[in-house]
Design a binder for this molecule. Structure first.
Ligand code: XMP
Length: 310
């Protein structure tokens, strides 16, 4: 049986021993994994920690403000890095899912590397958990936060990596979050992938497409909140479909709604959502987002699908 208290004690000691008198940067997206990892480092080294929130332009509505507020409330030194333009630039011309994942990973680590250089810091902490490592090592996909386990030395980016949660799965991370006394808006937060909306934009990722999928995400999350699902979100297709708006033919966007149950994200099942609710989501998406003419619901389990689309 996993003992969160014991894990925290051992982890604080391990972090303090690894970094000694050095300062540490922690990459925090505001998700449960990276916030727990950041808070552990904060408890272990106090003011020697700088939490970094990278705004890649792919976060959900209101998320940058939310994360900065939470880190402030936890009294953690925080830097907000506006890297929106650079991230969209890195996606230019890239349509293949793995190529996009690798481009995100490279931009993520080089942005952190720049901050580490400015701050003269050698250690970077991140919230990688066991499922991230397993899927990357198995070759299912390149998680944005797995490097050393696939033979890439983090020193190429100029720092050493700390991964205090590398042996845990999501339910255990939530137990640690509760034991640490983190607010429920963190400990119970719906999982959201590091590469963010880029995994939910098929084809080339652009700021315009991010704006569309961001709006659809708000609607899906609002309407699905009572279902208690593991994840609920929207995906923007690369191709278009014919539709009718205001009596005129329109060649517009397609959104897929994905709502899944899962324990640990390793397997998942599509939620049997009442048709009335699906119809309401479709109505809202196609009326509140002018460019969308068609809305689909994904009924595929994992496997054979994955939870995200890319
Ligand atoms: P898949 O799509 O592989 O997703 O079934 C399993 C879980 O992991 C999340 N996910 C990621 N999280 N970096 C992350 O931090 C990633 O690169 C990544 N890819 C997928 C996904 O949201 C789901 O919870």
């Amino acid at each position: 049986m996993f003992n969160a208290k014991e894990f925290i004690q051992n982890s604080l000691k391990e972090i303090a021993d690894s970094v000694g008198d050095s300062r540490v940067i922690s990459a925090c997206s505001g998700g449960v994994d990276s916030t727990v990892a950041t808070y552990l480092v904060h408890k272990a080294v106090g003011d020697k920690l700088v939490a970094v929130f990278i705004d890649d332009g792919l976060r959900r509505e209101g998320e940058p403000e939310f994360v900065v507020r939470i880190l402030k409330e936890l009294k953690i030194n925080t830097r907000y890095i506006d890297a929106k333009e650079e991230f969209f630039k890195t996606f230019e011309g890239k349509t293949d899912a793995e190529e996009k994942r690798k481009a995100f990973r490279d931009k993520f680590y080089s942005t952190l590397g720049k901050v580490a250089k400015e701050e003269k810091i050698k250690f970077i902490c991140q919230g990688t958990i066991k499922a991230d490592i397993i899927e990357t090592v198995k070759g299912i996909k390149s998680q944005h936060n797995v490097l050393e386990q696939i033979g890439i030395d983090s020193q190429v980016y100029g720092y050493k990596i700390l991964e205090p949660l590398r042996e845990l799965f999501k339910p255990e991370v939530r137990m640690v979050a509760r034991e640490l006394g983190l607010p429920a808006e963190i400990s119970e937060r719906m999982p959201f992938p590091g590469p963010a909306l880029s995994l939910r934009i098929l084809g080339v990722v652009t700021a315009e497409k991010a704006a569309i999928v961001r709006k659809a995400t708000v609607i899906v999350e609002e309407e699905a909140s009572a279902l208690g699902s593991f994840q609920s979100f929207a995906v923007l297709h690369n191709d278009k479909a014919t539709g009718i708006k205001d009596g005129n033919r329109m060649y517009g966007n397609i959104i897929t709604v994905r709502i899944v149950h899962s324990k640990d994200a390793v397997t998942a099942s599509a939620v049997n959502v009442p048709f009335e609710l699906l119809a309401k989501i479709s109505k809202r998406i196609t009326t509140e987002i002018p460019s969308v003419v068609r809305c689909l619901y994904d009924i595929t389990d994992k496997p054979p699908a994955t939870i995200e689309f890319e």
